[in-house]
Design a protein around this ligand. Structure first.
Ligand code: B3K
Ligand code: ZN
Length: 856
């Protein structure tokens, strides 16, 4: 039976764990794990409750003696040792268990990935390894011995003794079990070194399968940049003698920040110009940084309980976003972050899965590694920084590291350091952590002209819709950054942050010469939906002249969305203003190609659907698709010559570099290609495919070809050349359902799923195909329900094998209630089929229950 866990029920663990000693005798079907845990009671008379799942317990002793069996009580996933069996002073609990890594397809705990033993313990995987207080607030130093014939044997901390067949590791920094890791296998290292800010020498290694070494260099460079950046910007130094990164092929998510031994999905480590796209490179750099930054924000200071997950995730995402802005372009980074936030988090916040960044209940914590906890968690910190200022932010972070090093903390602890460092009362701000839903902010302008000059009055009001379990939403403090652009395009007032801390607020700007255009929510200063009625001329002015790059991009986005919504509603010619404004913009697109690529990209269909739904219109996926296609074609026709010029000018001959400059040029070139393909039927794309010098160009060309149904030859060539490269073949599986015309995409996906190399137990391969299809909005939401059925069939198959990945992918259905009755009927049937499975996992069960509850 699923039980709901409540934040309100938190109880501290009544014992201190002073040291953890583990010994692993590795064998695929019968790994033996010996554990010695040194405990000391903190609360007299407390029973000792340990977590464990799927363990064959061979022995259990307290200070060397077997306890009376009547003193032990086992239930579902816990072992309770009665207080009466425990000595009064410190004692050692020793257990021996046997586990089966080979049959562990859930990829949680200790498992085998392509012959490599590896672990994934966050959030509650350690209980699949041994009996333990598997909760983040129980921290201990670890000593680990690994006995195995495998040549490379790794764990957390520093190596103590490494001999053939036996390795010993010591991690002096107290850590919770979720940060434990072990890796054993035939691996090769790319070695390097880093000297820290106080002159300590750290050995770095990126471990990969033999043969993959030539593709490990970029990850290593990213690691060194991250270490340096964290010293320079946050004053944070690395704290062990070694830092290891290991790449494995079977992994439920991107990567994991285990202390001193980060384990990565191989797609986030391995890169060469021939196999990885610019986006892959950018992502690798960001995730290497993210996991490294966790060493301080997550490991040295961890979470008291899993409700506080955003304490480490929101902050670490915020830090990795800052890092990428410093390494690349801050403007592009901000816009990309907003695009992701809207596509994933706003969508989550508006549907049945909505929850606050700090939830107060869950059944399965793995279901809460969400866009809200991560990305909104990061936005909340961005707002905090904006409200207190950069200097105060740094002072508060210094205090956080000082005060809480070595502790397991809460959001209250986090906010308290800001209050203490700045003197600011954050009671109202705290609502961002506890209240779900995206606030809607309405901006109204009034213009008053007198002899002394004009006065602009801005009124802001806020409203947040009810979310599941939270009907009332009191006002929260919202920083709205505003600038004023004069009619000649010059800035009349520099950016000012208006703090809206009530349902409504009014601000006056006096002494203005002429009525300005209001550039609002600059830098996307708060994660809100802004309603600001700007006419097309004002939007075009902002797109042409705004000094704030986000607001400039947003102006173009607004014009595009208005055109798309009108076309979806039947106005086939809507969009003249948008097409005209883009014409003006293209003339200067080469000045900042990466930014221009973002401006040229039309909003995704799902975002148009969200917009329509927000306005009370039931979205029609086929009409949305047709509208987007027609607008893209009209845009291409109107600016064919300019686009062709850009396509020619942005060519990047010569050796490939993944740096921001050249990858920005490629991004703009491929946006131009995508539009031009609507006119030339794919001739340019075919030519690019034929002479592409790197994977970025290749995938850009291929997507364009698949879109016009001319991909067969290129796909066959790709397969012939890269059949042995799993990561490239994942792209092969993803691009087809994603880019195919919606009417064909389900059949395309079905045919791919019949192939022998559709290795569906591998999460990357499964996600490539299934998420490829769900990303094709009109195909997944096909009127006949075939998209829902196909996806549900595969989720039903995957659930008994890998509950975590299944549950994560069920969220593709999170918008199901916004469509028409027929589609809702199909979606409900598909979800009900999943819900009715006899042995549905706790993970998936929680998700489908929440999703179905939304249907009324
Ligand atoms: N902390 C891990 C995520 C663990 C997910 C568990 N289901 C990676 C990260 O956020 O850095
Ligand atoms: Zn993280």
């Amino acid at each position: 039976m699923a039980t709901t866990r409540l934040l309100a029920n938190y109880q501290p663990f009544p014992f201190a764990l002073t040291e953890t000693r583990l010994r692993f005798d590795l064998a695929p079907v019968a790994t033996r794990v010996e554990a010695e845990l040194d405990f000391r009671a903190l609360v007299p008379g407390a029973d000792l409750v340990l977590d464990g799942a799927g363990l064959r317990t061979l022995s259990l002793r307290i200070d060397g003696a077997e306890p009376d069996p009547a003193m032990l009580h086992m239930s579902d996933e816990t072992l309770t040792i009665s207080a009466a069996a425990l000595p009064e002073g410190p004692f050692t609990l020793s257990t021996v268990v046997e586990i089966d890594p080979e049959r562990n397809t859930a990829l949680e705990g200790l498992y085998l990935s392509g012959g490599i033993f590896c672990t994934q313990c966050e959030a509650e995987g350690f209980r699949h390894i041994t009996w333990y207080p598997d909760r983040p607030d129980v921290m201990a130093p670890f000593r680990v011995q690994i006995a195995s014939s495998m040549p490379v044997l790794l764990s957390n901390g520093n190596p103590v003794a490494v001999e053939p067949g036996l390795a010993e590791w010591h991690d002096p920094w107290p850590k919770p079990a979720y940060l434990f890791a072990l890796v054993a296998g035939e691996l090769e290292a790319l070695p390097d070194r880093f000297t820290t800010m106080t002159g300590r020498d750290v050995a770095l290694n990126v471990w990969v399968r033999p043969g993959d070494l030539p593709r490990a260099g970029f990850a290593m460079e990213a690691l060194k940049k991250s270490m340096l950046w964290d010293e320079r910007v946050y004053g944070r130094e690395y704290d062990l003698d070694v830092f290891n990164i290991v790449a494995v092929d079977d992994f439920n998510m991107g990567a994991m920040e285990n202390k001193g031994l980060n384990i990565f999905n191989s797609k986030l480590v391995l890169a060469s110009p021939d196999t990885a796209t610019d986006t892959d490179y950018e992502r690798i750099e960001a995730v290497i940084a993210h996991e490294y930054f966790h060493n301080w924000t997550g490991n040295r200071i961890t979470c008291r309980d899993w409700f506080q997950l955003c304490l480490k995730e929101g902050l670490t995402v915020f830090r990795d976003q800052q890092f990428t802005s410093d390494m690349r372009s801050a403007a592009v980074q901000r816009i990309e972050d907003v695009v992701t936030l809207r596509a994933r988090q706003f969508r989550e916040d508006a549907g049945p899965l909505a929850h606050p960044p700090r939830p107060d209940r869950y059944e399965e914590i793995n279901n809460f590694y969400t866009a809200t906890v991560y990305e909104k968690g990061a936005e909340v910190i961005g707002m905090l920084k904006r409200l207190v200022g950069d200097g105060n932010y740094r002072a508060a972070l210094d205090l956080y590291f000082d005060r809480h090093d070595g502790q397991a903390c809460t959001i209250e602890d986090w906010l308290k350091v800001f209050e203490d460092a700045t003197g600011r009362d954050l009671t109202q701000f705290a609502r961002w952590y506890t209240d779900a839903g995206t606030p809607e902010v309405t901006l109204r302008e009034a213009w008053d002209e007198t002899e002394a000059g004009g006065t602009l009055t801005i009124t802001l009001s806020q409203d947040t819709r009810a979310t599941p379990g939270q009907p009332d939403k009191p006002a929260r403090v919202i920083p709205v950054a505003i600038g004023l652009i004069g009619p000649n395009g010059c800035e009349q007032r520099p950016t000012e942050v208006l703090e809206l801390d009530a349902p409504t607020g009014t601000w006056q700007f006096e002494g203005l010469g002429a009525r300005p255009v209001v550039s609002a929510l600059r830098g996307f200063s708060a994660p809100v939906v802004l309603r600001h009625d700007l006419d097309e001329t004002a939007r075009a002015t902002l797109l042409a002249h705004d000094t704030d790059p986000f607001a400039r991009w947003e102006a173009g986005r607004g014009l595009a969305l208005d055109a798309l919504m009108a076309r979806t509603g039947g106005d086939a010619d809507a969009g003249t203003a948008y097409i005209g404004a883009i014409g003006g913009f293209l003339a200067d697109a080469g000045a900042d190609p990466a930014f221009a690529a973002l401006v040229l990209r039309l909003p995704p269909e799902d975002e148009i659907a969200t917009r329509l739904h927000d306005r009370g219109i039931v979205p029609d996926p086929d009409a949305i698709h047709a509208a987007r296609e027609s607008l893209a074609s009209d845009l291409a026709r109107a600016h064919e010559a300019a686009l062709a010029d850009i396509y020619a000018a942005m060519d990047e001959p010569g050796p490939y570099s993944p740096d921001a400059g050249p990858s920005g040029r490629r991004a703009l070139r491929l946006e131009a290609l995508s539009l031009l393909t609507r006119l030339d039927g794919g001739d340019r794309a075919q030519a690019l495919w034929d002479q592409a010098g790197n994977m970025t160009e290749r995938m850009g060309a291929l997507a364009a070809l698949v879109r016009v149904d001319r991909g067969a030859e290129a796909l066959a060539q790709m397969e012939a050349r890269f059949a042995d490269n799993r990561l490239v073949m994942d792209k092969f599986f993803a691009v087809q359902p994603m880019a195919a015309a919606p009417a064909r995409a389900v059949a395309v996906a079905r045919a791919l799923s019949d192939r022998p190399d559709f290795d569906w137990k591998n999460p990357n391969r499964f996600r490539s195909l299934i998420a490829g299809l769900t990303a094709n909005h009109a195909a997944f939401h096909a009127a006949d329900g075939s998209g829902y059925d196909f996806v549900a069939d595969w989720l039903i198959r995957l659930d008994p094998v890998n509950p975590q990945t299944t549950a994560r992918m069920v969220s593709a259905f999170e918008t199901w209630t916004r469509y028409d009755d027929a589609r809702r009927g199909h979606a409900r049937t598909a979800l009900q089929r999943i819900a009715d499975l006899p042995r549905l996992s706790r993970n998936t069960s929680e998700m489908v229950t929440r999703l179905l509850a939304a249907g009324g």
